[in-house]
Design a protein around this ligand. Structure first.
Ligand code: PLP
Length: 417
């Protein structure tokens, strides 16, 4: 028997206070339209977190809904991990997806979450080493404060302290360096011995605190990897599918990874789908050899409804106009935020790319800290604005269909809060 009916759903985001006061009932979200969501009490919010940074096309992308419902009626379930019977829609989507990426990123497998696919990226990198007889190449280097998901390997890659502490002991081969400190990265590679390192994983724009790779850094890391035969894994779960105004930040910078992880915007969040793309070289070295079986795959991989949603999203992005829109509205939003920053000592920095924007706060020289940021978030919610925060940064990632008028409204609500 439940002691408290509100306790059935158990997440850190559901606070004791909200449960005890019953506030959780009225703040539960019940409908969405465009960039807006409405809670059960009838209040509309401008959603500057795009659900969980994933609903790139907003809450009423009719083309995606149509594709998914059509697929549900035609073939609602299929499997992809055993025997030769993938769905037709999985075959079609795989071809369409790799078609949007540059050569040699030509081979894709699917999963349900970013965490599953960052995990698969590390496993695939190590699998390639195993096939090559390089059994000593096991280590992975990631960035402190990077986010690559949760659960075992993904959680160990994640450099966020609490999450890492729980999961890292399970995966002792993951090591972290300070983001974008290229000297420290080179030294870490030397210290561990390049011949022991299988991969380096980066987010080209880190979602936590919105830290973009400085100019030339991605190329520098690519060169470092090439010099030492290390695989470069690009985690574009957040940045992919138009978030920064491009299909892929890596491709846009003409720096290609060996392994590319995609998620979130891949279906505009309408279906839990993520993808791992690898190069022809990795495919030829290990995967295409029948004597070796890559030991990874889950029941829902390549789910036909997700494939149909993915195809519809590609259709939406096909003419590139949304990418141009994101760059223009993102620039407008940053400009408006900078104008406001000039009037207050609280805002330390406004940064980002496209509609992936960080507003870093400072209280004197101090970072505000988690408790103050929670207060800021609550004040924004009361002003009808949803956003994510880290210890010192407001993270703005609205749906990509945000209009200029809505961008102005976002700033108005933020300033009011
Ligand atoms: N990688 C990055 C860059 C992310 O931002 C996230 C989620 O926020 C993940 C991986 C994990 O994705 P998921 O939550 O779908 O497991």
């Amino acid at each position: 028997m439940l002691r408290n009916p509100h306790d059935a759903l158990w997440y850190n985001s559901i606070t004791r206070e909200a449960v005890d006061t019953g506030a959780i009932e009225s703040s539960a979200m019940s409908r969405g339209k465009g960039c807006w969501v409405q809670d059960a009490s009838g209040t509309w919010y401008l959603d500057a977190r795009a659900a969980m940074w994933n609903t790139t096309l907003g809450y009423d992308a009719e083309r995606v809904v149509e594709a998914m419902t059509g697929q549900l009626r035609r073939l609602p379930v299929a499997q992809i991990i055993r025997y030769e019977e993938p769905s037709d829609v999985a075959l079609e989507y795989a071809r369409r997806l790799v078609d949007t990426l540059p050569d040699p990123l030509n081979h894709v497998r699917f999963g349900s979450t970013g965490s599953q696919m960052t995990t698969a990226a590390v496993l695939l990198s190590r699998f390639v080493r195993k096939v090559a007889g390089q059994t000593d190449r096991t280590k992975v280097i990631a960035f402190t404060n990077g986010y690559h998901g949760t659960g075992g390997i993904a959680g160990a890659l994640t450099g966020e302290r609490q999450m890492h502490a729980l999961q890292a002991p399970l995966v002792p081969d993951v090591h972290h360096v300070k983001p974008w400190n290229l000297e420290a990265l080179a030294k870490t590679v030397e210290r561990h011995g390049p011949e022991h390192i299988t991969a380096i994983i980066v987010e080209p724009v880190m979602g936590t605190d919105v830290l973009a790779a400085p100019d030339g850094a991605l190329r520098h890391i690519r060169d470092l990897c090439d010099r030492h035969g290390i695989h470069l894994i690009a985690d574009e779960v957040t940045t992919g599918f138009g978030r920064t105004g491009a299909m892929s930040v890596m491709a846009d910078n003409r720096v290609l990874p060996d392994l590319l992880v995609l998620g979130k915007g891949i279906t505009s969040g309408y279906f839990p789908l993520a993808a791992l793309v690898c190069t022809d070289a990795l495919f030829d070295e290990a995967i295409s050899r029948p004597e070796y079986v890559f030991p990874h795959g889950c029941t829902a991989d390549g789910h036909p409804v997700g494939m149909a949603a993915g195809l519809a999203v590609l259709d939406e992005l096909a003419d590139g106009s949304l990418f141009g829109h994101v760059r223009a509205v993102g620039e407008h939003l940053r400009q408006r935020l900078r104008e406001h920053a000039a009037t207050t000592a609280l805002i330390h920095d406004v940064r980002g790319a496209g509609l992936m924007i960080g507003v870093e706060l400072r209280d004197g020289d101090e970072r505000p800290g988690a408790a103050s940021m929670a207060e800021v978030r609550r004040a924004c919610q009361e002003a009808g604005l949803l956003l994510t925060t880290t210890n010192s940064t407001l993270v703005l990632m609205p749906p990509l269909v945000l209009t200029e008028t809505e961008a102005d409204e976002l700033v108005k609500r933020l300033v009011g809060a």
